[in-house]
Design a protein around this ligand. Structure first.
Ligand code: ATP
Length: 307
């Protein structure tokens, strides 16, 4: 082990093309049927050996990182501790996170970081963790973490942690992403979902038609995009309805709240349409809050390996 060795892993944000939510299970989690889609907004996680766990966080572009914890509650440290416990080794790392994914935006940035940290530390220490063990560790860290490992398009079941890759990841998709000035708490959105949906089914709504049409042209897919959490997010943040309406009026095929929100995402026909929609929304929200991104992209992958 030489001094200064480091590994950088890049992990993408997710959008739920379909998010079906059922009534809470006995363990308190909501059963999900979701179609995950990874888009080209990224966090980069760099790990290097250290005597003790330490986290540094910096922002890419206009991302507000003030709510990201720098202590042991950061998901990258939880991922690191879970990995060393699994292998029974005594190791620690300094972990730097460069955040391009909006924080508390419903795009699973913390989960992406956890997935990236697992992959980066596994490489740094040559642990050769099996894929099955990596997925188990990821699922223990959070419902969206296993998807952070695979990327592309994937079906998520259970509480989202059981992932199965889906086709259509090779068809380029164009998105406009509008972030909000303040995040929304995921548990608060689920609580409001429970209040608004006392008759939610035990089995969430399945995305059969979307899965069958995933490789189709964007206009055919647009009406199939669906988010059961959207009414709850709009109830907590009524102004998001105006953002969605403005994006659709500007030419997006569909506007959708991303996951638990408050980020709004717009499905566009092609690159030109996305740039046009982004131009209109930038006038209202400013260039720091309006991003253009493509999907689907790869899950957590090594981008730099310094020995
Ligand atoms: P969820 O995955 O629950 O839908 P989200 O995508 O809305 O969440 P995240 O950016 O993942 O939001 O973070 C939610 C909260 O998790 C943050 O407010 C922060 O307190 C905590 N957190 C812990 N570790 C991280 C991390 N590495 N990056 C961002 N947030 C983190």
């Amino acid at each position: 082990m030489s001094a200064g060795r480091s590994v950088t892993v890049r992990a993408p944000a997710k959008i739920n093309l379909h998010l079906g939510v059922g009534a809470p299970r006995e363990d308190g989690f909501h059963p999900l049927m979701t179609v995950y889609h990874a888009i080209g907004l990224y966090d980069d996680v760099t790990v290097a050996d250290a005597d003790d766990w330490a986290v540094e966080v910096s922002a890419v572009g206009g991302v507000d990182v003030s709510a990201v914890p720098l202590d042991d509650s950061n998901l990258v440290v939880r991922a690191g501790r879970a990995l060393v416990a699994h292998h029974g080794v005594r190791r620690a790392a300094r972990i730097r996170v460069r955040k391009g994914i909006p924080v508390a935006g419903g795009m699973a940035g913390g989960s992406a970081d956890a997935a990236a940290a697992l992959v980066a530390l596994d490489r740094l220490w040559d642990l050769e963790t099996s894929d099955a063990d990596l997925f188990d560790l990821a699922a223990g860290l959070g419902s969206d973490v296993p998807f952070g490992l695979v990327g592309g398009n994937a079906l998520g079941t259970g509480r989202g942690e059981v992932v199965e890759q889906l086709p259509g990841a090779d068809v380029p998709r164009w998105w406009v992403v509008v972030t909000a000035p303040a995040g929304l708490s995921t548990p608060a959105v689920y609580r409001r979902f429970d209040e608004l949906s006392p008759d939610a089914p035990a089995e969430p709504r399945a995305p059969h038609r979307l899965v069958a049409f995933l490789s189709d042209p964007a206009d055919a897919v647009a009406p199939l995009l669906h988010n059961d959490l959207q009414p709850a997010a709009l109830d907590l943040r009524p102004e998001l309805a105006d953002v969605l309406a403005a994006g659709e009026a500007a030419g997006a095929l569909r506007g959708l709240v991303s996951g638990s929100g408050p980020t709004c995402v717009f499905w566009c026909a092609d690159a030109d349409a996305a740039r046009a929609v982004a131009g209109v929304l930038t006038e209202e929200h400013g260039s720091d809050r309006v991003l253009v991104a493509t999907g689907a992209v790869a899950g957590a992958h090594v981008v730099e390996y310094d020995r």
